[in-house]
Structures are given as structure tokens and as C-alpha cells.
Design a protein around this ligand. Structure first.
Ligand code: PD2
Ligand code: ZN
Length: 238
């Protein structure tokens, strides 16, 4: 997979994970909110957090997103236009940066967690999975092999981190799975999974390959924040 190795002085350099800039210890404080660390992983560099969002915040996000859902889209590698996502059968929508006071508050919390500025974040995406829908294995970083991705990287830098925020408990399936690790996260309301896949050499970590397994029954709601190395500039604002 491109991005995994680089040549320096004629010798291949393989991806080495750098530690997350997430604070140490069992509890992370965001103002009044105390978030418990459930688990940490070295590669891909990841942390699983309890109570990153309150129940009310989860419900408000779902209520704001529900009337605006469309079939999930991705950027077409050749045209650069938004097209229905091949790897994802969920519905989705994007908020603008700081669109509402709730979104701005969550973006500030995410910046505090990751030590990456709010402006490096893409607009928060909400995904809604119904029974039978899934996201097949993919990496979140941009593969620079096509013009649209190269332009996006030139505008905003590479994607280096993903925060997944689970907005409801799932009834069966719908787990975020990392096939290279044989590890999966079972969504629980208010929990968040943060993982990074870019290091200081500009390499990307293939072990961050992940998927959402088919949802057997009920619904799954998740909010995704993708974070760049620099300020995110959308294609229509370049
Ligand atoms: O919904 C998920 O668990 C999931 C899995 C893989 C979301 C994404 N990728 C994503 O939004 O990139
Ligand atoms: Zn993903």
C-alpha cells in the first residue's frame, strides 16, 4: 500500500508509530467532563475512551443529523466530485466547522484530546447504519495515487488521525474492526475511539486498516472526525 515505506538515502524506511499526544493516566478532564481511558494500543496508535460524549450530546447530534441524511459519499479519485461511497452502505451528512454551539464545543474537546488544532479537522460527519449496512475494509488516509487526492493533500495536508464517536448502543454487529490486529470495538453510547496513522516522516500506517461489520439488527449512529496535518481547506473554498 503506498505511503507505508519511503526511501531515505537509498534505504527503505518502514512505518514507525509515534505515541499519541493524548494525556497519560486513567482519566482525562475536559473542563467539567471526566473521561475514563478504557484501553490504549501502540500500533496503530489508539485510545478508547468512555464518556467522551454525554447522553444528551449524542441525542442532540442524532436529532440535528437525521433530517439531513444522504447516501454516504466519497471523493471520486478521478473527477474529485462527491460520489456514492463504494465501501460504505450507510447514510451520512457533514456539519460545517463550528456550525452550532454543540458542534463547536465538541470540536474544541477533540482539539484538546488530540493536541491538533480545530482548523485541521474536516467537518464532522454523522453516519447512520441500518440493518445489513456496513463499511468494508479501508484506510482513512488519502492514497496519493490519483489527482484528486494529490490536490486534497496539497491543499490541506494528509489525514493523520480519526476520531469515531459512538452515539448509540448497537444490538448486534456494527463493530469497528481492525482486521490486521484481529481487534474490534463494540459501539457503546458516548464512547470514542481515536487512532492515528501518520508519522513525522509523512508515512501512513497500513495497520490502521478498519471496517464496520454488517449491522445485524437495529441502528448504528457514529460521528467521525478526520484530522489533517494542516488547516483543512474544502475543495470549493480553495
Ligand atoms: O462506523 C464505523 O465504525 C466506521 C468504520 C470505519 C467508520 C469509518 N470507518 C469512517 O467513518 O471512516
Ligand atoms: Zn474509516
Amino acid at each position: 500500500m503506498p505511503g507505508e515505506t519511503l526511501e531515505i538515502g537509498g534505504a527503505p524506511v518502514t512505518y514507525e508509530a509515534e505515541p499519541l499526544r493524548v494525556p497519560d493516566g486513567p482519566l482525562i478532564r475536559f473542563g467539567e467532563r471526566k473521561t475514563r481511558v478504557i484501553s490504549r494500543m501502540q500500533r496503530p496508535a489508539a485510545v478508547l475512551l468512555d464518556d467522551f460524549l454525554g447522553a444528551n450530546e449524542c441525542e442532540q447530534l442524532i436529532a440535528l443529523a437525521r433530517p439531513r441524511l444522504n447516501r454516504s459519499t466519497v471523493v471520486d479519485p478521478v473527477t474529485g466530485r462527491n460520489v456514492v461511497a463504494g465501501h460504505r452502505s450507510s447514510d451520512g451528512m457533514f456539519f460545517r466547522l463550528g456550525e452550532t454551539p454543540l458542534i463547536a464545543r465538541l470540536e474544541a474537546r477533540i482539539a484538546e484530546l488530540t493536541s491538533l488544532p480545530v482548523e485541521n479537522g474536516e467537518g464532522l460527519q454523522l453516519l447512520h447504519y441500518g440493518a445489513g449496512t456496513e463499511s468494508t475494509p479501508h484506510v482513512d488516509y488519502l492514497i496519493p495515487g490519483n489527482p484528486a487526492n494529490r490536490e486534497s493533500i496539497a491543499r490541506s495536508g494528509q489525514r493523520v488521525g480519526t476520531l469515531l464517536m459512538y452515539l448509540n448502543d448497537v444490538e448486534g454487529g456494527g463493530e469497528t474492526v481492525f482486521p490486521q490486529l484481529g481487534w474490534s470495538v463494540v459501539p457503546q453510547r458516548g464512547q470514542a475511539l481515536y487512532f492515528e496513522y501518520g508519522n513525522r516522516f509523512g508515512l501512513s500506517d497500513l495497520s490502521s486498516l478498519h471496517a464496520s461489520t454488517p449491522l445485524r439488527t437495529g441502528e448504528k449512529w457514529v460521528a467521525t472526525k478526520w484530522i489533517r496535518t494542516r488547516r483543512f481547506v474544502p475543495r470549493d473554498q480553495a
